[in-house]
Design a protein around this ligand. Sequence first.
Ligand code: SF4
Length: 380
Amino acid sequence: MPGSITNDEQSLIGFRKALLEWYDENGRDLPWRNHEGEAYRVIVSELMLVQTTVAAVIPYYHRFLERFPTVTDLAHADEADVLKLWEGLGYYRRARHLHALAKAVVANHGGQFPHDEADLLALPGVGRYIAGAVRSFAFDLPAPILEANTIRLLARLIGLMETVELGTSQKTLWAEAARRVDPDRPGPFNQAMMDLGATICTPRQPACLICPVNKFCKAHLGGLTETIPLKAAKSPLKPGEEVSVIVKRPTDGSILLLKRSVQGLWADFWELPTFWQAGADPAKRRDQGFEYKNLDDLIQLIEALMGLRIKPLEEVQAKPIRYGVTTHKMTLNVLGTELISENLIRPQGFLQAEFVAPSEITKRTMSTAQRKALKIPLKG
Ligand code: SF4
């Protein structure tokens, strides 16, 4: 009958209504929300939130926007300043993408973010999710989004019995996300999906009894909430061990730092001379001959590669630093040494080698693990 709606459409309308009513009452109050039209804020927050929790991002977000309030300010910034503000958040490629994106928006779009999906996707670091987030959150266009929380939520809602990583699953989930978006309130709808996934439809023990959309959920109705989403088996992280050497110049207390090359992990970052024990090398120092087997090796390598004669300080009783990077689970030991004589050579593959005064070290961009290594008190 013309004008009538199907059961499916009725159910969809009911789903949107229940979700949005819940969101209007319970949505999270996040600093990057309620800035309609401000695509720049959406992009900054979304890039910061990749693989990072909301709580960790909030202070970084405020500092970043205070320093670079507009996309034009960011486009004109030095990359070193951008990376410095990102220090500690990890995944530094995001910061570089954000910087490159700001330059592209200024150069190619007169400083105004485009609305069109293809134009957004052409910007550095923008994938389908971020394009959807900008279009729906900033411009209120009915664009779908799919990220960790919404993947889990949608997979349960539709009772998806395939691993979510599969290409076919991704296609189904994107189509489902697009079908469900509320055409009248696309931004709040997508935010609501993310919030429901983050707070109610959690990975373990989802709170189905208080879930506003439980009557629309196939996993809940079929008793499959602990089974869905199906996940591909993960390969375990590879263990690796490395040592960072603190070479201290006794005359002025300065410490040797190296600046990594412009390519690869931690590109352009400063670090202590760091050597890996035979095995894993996540930071790709392999080309630089930085593998060692024992303490004597280390002393000789420092002399051969950097022209420095050093003596180890009394054994350091510090706990090793543990951190994860790419596919590795690393243990970082720290060795304190003192300079005996110097004829400093910049080791191959590094941009700079320099003795840096302690007061200057905080101004250099470093990874969190390296920053921790420098805080270890040394005996001697
Ligand atoms: S009913 Fe349970 S599994 Fe289904 S969407 Fe709600 S919280 Fe998630």
